[in-house]
Design a protein around this ligand. Sequence first.
Ligand SMILES: [Zn+2]
Length: 145
Amino acid sequence: MLGVIVCSKCSTVQGADLKSAHVTCPRCGARIEVKRAKVYFSTESPKELAEAVRQISEQMKYDIENPPEKPRKRIRVKKSKPKPEDEAAVRSALMKIQEKKETLTKADIGKALQIKDSIELDETISKMLLAGILCEVSPECYRLV
Ligand SMILES: [Zn+2]
């Protein structure tokens, strides 16, 4: 029987013949006692074993990079986006640029609204598109409506 085990020292996921007493971790060289190791998956098929190693490695990597007790990197405290009462200010800031350039690029909008964060800028632009303040005339090129 073949199985997927994880090195207790360096967490490398590896396939092993479960009949062996020990295997040596290919990454850190630790001797892993197969009988004592937690078997994550077992199969008779080497092909299935390879696939299971790949999948479990990915899962482990995900768990290591995204420990549940720590906040995810992508979670951010959102600043308030232009509120309806700011719409006039937003419009006039954008209008000034549009008068000169005919259209507004993403960078122009960022500058006018003083948004440096690209994700925040994308969100703001999509909100303005939804609110009917802006329309997209070509990719990343906008006009005030
Ligand atoms: Zn190891």
